[in-house]
Each structure stands twice: as structure tokens, then as C-alpha cells.
Design a protein around this ligand. Structure first.
Ligand SMILES: C[S@@+](CC[C@H](N)C(=O)[O-])C[C@H]1O[C@@H](n2cnc3c(N)ncnc32)[C@H](O)[C@@H]1O
Length: 243
């Protein structure tokens, strides 16, 4: 059986998706408060930057993959207006339910679908923009997922991948200390789950760095890829154009 990574552990490929599901089933209800706490609110700025780069216009069609509690989908929906469409998707029902309820509370009714990024249930060329924020890291077959994202975009459409990345050297020690000492403790205290936040720290270290991900996106068919480093490379926004 083929092996892959779940954080620092080596697991069978078939087990990874189950383990990832366990993480997000466990954290779904506290996901938003934990995001604010552990990033000191910075995830809002990273997402706002992503929305600005997306530059969606009225009438555009966007797909948010691994959309979770719906931050990007909500912001995109406001940009595309009633003539556009934003499809809010995730593989995890618990995360999607929290997101859908939040969107409904704000008067936004979006098409919401459980789906695996590695097998997208949408026709070829359907979307102007596809986004995936902090989701790619959790996928077992990242190349397959990127190829699917490319397939559902129209020619000239863009993929935005917002993800933790390789932090600049001067920040590394402090960041490692914070990730492996503070994060799991906050996770235990707030979400009753230290392990999921230890997985978060480990999965970030196992994720491809800026240049590697850029190469993977090119390999998946994106003719042009730009990398925007945010907060010293702690996070990177990769923008791929389907040429
Ligand atoms: C850290 S959350 C990100 C949620 C949201 N995009 C955000 O930025 O707040 C990662 C999400 O990726 C989803 N995910 C993991 N593997 C996936 C897959 N193969 N297909 C689609 N979603 C997946 C998880 O269920 C989870 O909701």
C-alpha cells in the first residue's frame, strides 16, 4: 500500500483522509475562534489580501474548495453579486455546516456541496476563479487536486492557493517555538484538542515550500504562476493562470 504523511507520521494513503476528517470533525465548532487566537487575527488580513487579488467582478463564477467555515466564499459572494455564483465546498460535513449556518445568518444562500478536491463534480471550464485557503496541505494527492482545479477553470481563469509556507530564516526559531509549545496548549484549552493543533504545526512543515508548490502548479497545467509571500513567508498566496 502507498504511504504518505499525516503531519510527521507516515501512514497508508487510505488512512490519511480519515485522519484529516477526524481533525476537522473535532475542531469544526471552535475553528473560527481558534483561527483568530492562533494567528492573532492575521488570517483575516491574509484572506482580505486574497480577495483583493481575486478581483472578482459582478457576474463572475467562483469555486471555493476546502471552504470550511466560509470566509472566502462570503467575501467572494459580495463581489460577484446576484448575477454571479460562488460555490462553497468542502470534504468535511461538520466544517461545511458551520460555514453554511454562518452564511445563512448573514443572509447569504450559496450553493454548498460536500466534495473531494481530488474528484471535483463540476464540468470542465466552468469557473472564472478557483480558490483553496489552508486546504491543499491536508490533501493526500495534491497533484491530482491541482489538476482538477485546473480542469474546472476556463482558459484564462485563475487558481488562488493560500497556504502556510516556508517562513524566512530570521523568524524560524520563534515560529517553531510558538508552533510546538504554544499552539497545542491553546488547542487543548480552547478546543479541548491538543493533537489536532500539533498536526497543524507538523503538516505545515511537511507542506511543499514556495518554489516546490509553484513547480507543482506548473506541472498541473498553470502556464504562469506568481508567488506572493505574506508575513515573512509564514503564508504564501500562489496565483496560477490557466493558459
Ligand atoms: C484549515 S481548514 C480551511 C478552511 C477555510 N478555507 C479557511 O481558510 O478558513 C482546511 C479544510 O480543508 C478541508 N479538506 C481537507 N481535505 C480536503 C479534500 N480532499 N477536499 C476538499 N476539502 C478538503 C478540510 O475539511 C477543512 O475544512
Amino acid at each position: 500500500m502507498t504511504q504518505t504523511h499525516f503531519g510527521y507520521e507516515t501512514v497508508d494513503e487510505t488512512d490519511k483522509a480519515k485522519r484529516v476528517r477526524g481533525v476537522f470533525d473535532s475542531v469544526a465548532k471552535k475553528y473560527d475562534v481558534m483561527n483568530d487566537l492562533m494567528s492573532a487575527g492575521m488570517h483575516r488580513a491574509w484572506k482580505a489580501y486574497t480577495v483583493a487579488v481575486a478581483n472578482l467582478q459582478a457576474g463572475d463564477r467562483a469555486l471555493d474548495i476546502a471552504g470550511g467555515t466560509g470566509d472566502l466564499a462570503r467575501a467572494f459572494a459580495k463581489k460577484v453579486g446576484p448575477t454571479g455564483v460562488v460555490v462553497h465546498t468542502d470534504i468535511n460535513e461538520a466544517m461545511l455546516r458551520v460555514g453554511r449556518d454562518r452564511l445563512l445568518d448573514e443572509g447569504l444562500v450559496l450553493p454548498t456541496t460536500i466534495c473531494d478536491a481530488e474528484k471535483l463534480p463540476f464540468p470542465t471550464g466552468r469557473f472564472d476563479l478557483v480558490s483553496v485557503a489552508f486546504g491543499l496541505r491536508n490533501m493526500t494527492h495534491k497533484e491530482a487536486a491541482l489538476a482538477e482545479m485546473n480542469r474546472v477553470l476556463r482558459p484564462g481563469g485563475r487558481l488562488l492557493v493560500l497556504e502556510f509556507s516556508k517562513v524566512a530564516e530570521p523568524l524560524r526559531k520563534l515560529y517553531d517555538w510558538y508552533s510546538f509549545n504554544v499552539l497545542p496548549r491553546v488547542g487543548r484549552f480552547v478546543a479541548g484538542d491538543a493533537d489536532s493543533y500539533r498536526y497543524l504545526a507538523e503538516s505545515i512543515r511537511m507542506h511543499p515550500d514556495q518554489e516546490t508548490l509553484k513547480g507543482m502548479m506548473k506541472g498541473a497545467g498553470f502556464g504562469h504562476v506568481d508567488v506572493h509571500n505574506l508575513t515573512g513567508g509564514l503564508v504564501a498566496l500562489h496565483v496560477g493562470i490557466k493558459c
